[in-house]
Design a protein around this ligand. Structure first.
Ligand code: PGA
Length: 230
């Protein structure tokens, strides 16, 4: 199985997200039973998006982009894994933007992953080489079952720049992530993925899919990525 994960980041309100779905459906991308499509949305879009994918019969699974590292309780404004359990099957954790802008540590990311698994949500753990070992170690320290997670190698310099790294180099790092996690979990690549390069990454023997930021926002571009992998 291969995976395409979209990450809208902090873009699209409810209305825009529903228009996006109509536009994607009208493009008739070539969905394949060998490729799972996951779209990670802002919290506010998820409920109406779920209704609409069911109405349109689209094979897309919704995910979120973050979750609280705390359990339910007195934490004003936090969205817990328990709340998300009714809405999503996947959740991105540890994106480098959250590390940089919100000071997230490897321990917090491991706590999030643990709470997600307790609520039957698959954590999609983003990694870059400077903290890859530390992050995976923290997961083991917090008793996170890494075989139930997804991992994504996202070199910071390749994010949003239009300059992905060489797929062979990416395969080298995803193999290392596989080695550190007992080769038990899917390992993906993210960073300037487009329809022109997605297959070059998924054709590598240790890359199980791609995480797409910028090109997931435009239905035509996302549809061509889906079609390019079918
Ligand atoms: P990009 O973003 O596709 O725009 O490089 C990837 C990501 O940050 O997840």
């Amino acid at each position: 199985m291969k995976y395409v994960i979209g990450n809208w980041k902090s873009n699209q309100n409810i209305t825009e997200s529903l228009i996006w779905l109509d536009q994607l459906a009208a493009l008739h991308p070539k969905f394949s039973t060998e490729t799972t499509i996951i779209l990670c949305l802002p919290f506010t879009d998820i409920a109406s998006f779920n209704h609409k994918i069911a109405d349109l019969g689209l094979p897309i699974i919704s995910g979120s982009q973050n979750v609280s590292h705390l359990p339910p309780g007195k934490h004003t404004g936090e969205i817990t894994a328990n709340m998300l359990g009714e809405l999503v099957s996947y959740c991105i954790v540890g994106h480098s933007e959250r590390r940089r802008e919100f000071g997230e540590s490897s321990e917090m990311v491991a706590q999030k992953a643990r709470l997600l698994l307790e609520n039957s949500i698959t954590p999609i753990v983003c990694l870059d080489t400077p903290y890859m070992d530390e992050q995976i170690k923290a997961m083991f320290n917090f008793d996170v079952d890494v075989s139930r997670c997804f991992f994504v190698y996202e070199p910071i310099d390749a994010i949003g720049t239009g300059k992905p790294i060489d797929p062979i180099d990416a395969n080298h790092i995803t193999s290392q992530i596989g080695f550190l996690t007992d080769n038990s979990a899917p390992v993906l690549y993210g960073g300037s993925i487009s329809s022109d390069n997605a297959a070059a990454f998924t054709n590598q023997n240790r890359i199980d899919g791609v995480l797409v930021g910028t090109d997931s926002l435009e239905p035509t571009l996302f549809a061509s990525i889906i079609t390019s992998l079918s």
